[in-house]
Write a protein that binds this ligand. Structure first.
Ligand SMILES: [Zn+2]
Length: 289
């Protein structure tokens, strides 16, 4: 056993509350990073696409687009007054509560989405850390969950599932199962192929009948990734659970006029939810009880 995991196992078995607190803090920090990825990754991609379009059209780049913009740079700042956020105003969840959801400099409202994503990540991290003993499986389950959170939030906001996210998620799943992680490599490879092909076939049929796209190609890749992590046996369960939860939640949103019936559905959100729930329900063999 690797040295560090012994310390965590002692913490888990003998100081469970401290372990939970530790996992909650980790969840808040990761949640804060997830916020950055959810906000910045689509902007970074749009900049790249604009650059590519300009290159193809032979138009010169604007100075604005040439400015460095990535997950780390520029540092966090208010989107209204552009003041850099001080370190003590950047503490996950707490700073938002202390500042009552407003920028310290210009009093512009800061969306409640940020503390909510941090809180959700912390809760999910704590749930996983409370049921799975410290091990490589725990690390893999956490990575799996955090990836799905990023995918779900980007899809919900932008109707976009970036390739850099879905494809790296797929490769990670295959890599983990190369060493007999969640399932055999055989089942994982079949999961990736079947996951992609099923939705591709549904979409092709839809296109043939209605002459328009029914699903985004990111959905195929996300389901392929879920298949690579969980194995081909769960593909049908994921599709069923994602479709049923998607229909119920979309109906409620339409009923309460939050969403119109004409707006497209971010199916990646429901695929992520279904994949996560099915993974959690099927990891009982690594749970302590
Ligand atoms: Zn401000």
């Amino acid at each position: 056993m690797i040295g560090w995991s012994i310390y965590f196992t002692v913490l888990y078995q003998q100081h469970f509350l401290l372990w939970l607190l530790f996992s909650g803090i980790l969840g808040l920090i990761i949640g804060s990073f997830i916020n950055v990825v959810v906000y910045r990754l689509p902007i970074m991609l749009e900049k790249v696409w604009q650059e590519e379009a300009k290159f193809i059209l032979g138009v010169s780049s604007s100075a604005f687009l040439e400015k460095t913009y990535n997950l780390l740079y520029p540092s966090s700042h208010c989107i209204n007054c552009h003041h850099a956020i001080r370190w003590f105003d950047n503490i996950p969840l707490l700073s938002w509560l202390i500042l009552r959801g407003r920028c310290r400099d210009c009093q512009t409202k800061i969306s409640i989405r940020y503390p909510l994503i941090e809180l959700l990540t912390a809760i999910i991290t704590m749930i996983i850390c409370s049921f799975i003993t410290p091990s490589l499986f725990l690390v893999a389950t956490l990575i799996f969950s955090w990836y799905l959170l990023i995918a779900a939030f980007i899809d919900a906001e932008k109707l976009l599932l970036p390739d850099c996210l879905t494809l790296s998620f797929l490769w990670l799943g295959l890599f983990f199962n190369l060493y007999g992680g969640f399932t055999s490599l055989d089942d994982a490879v079949k999961g990736a192929i079947i996951g992609y092909m099923v939705l591709w076939f549904v979409n092709t049929l839809f296109k043939f009948l209605y002459k328009k796209e029914g699903l985004g190609h990111g959905d195929f890749k996300l389901l392929a990734a879920l298949g690579a992590w969980l194995g081909w046996h769960y593909i049908i369960n994921i599709i069923l659970l994602a479709s049923v939860s998607g229909i119920i939640i979309t109906s409620v949103l339409i009923l309460f006029r939050v969403k119109s019936a004409k707006q497209p559905i971010a199916f990646g959100v429901y695929l992520s939810f279904a994949g996560w729930l099915i993974m959690i329900c099927n990891r009982t063999d690594y749970w302590l009880f």
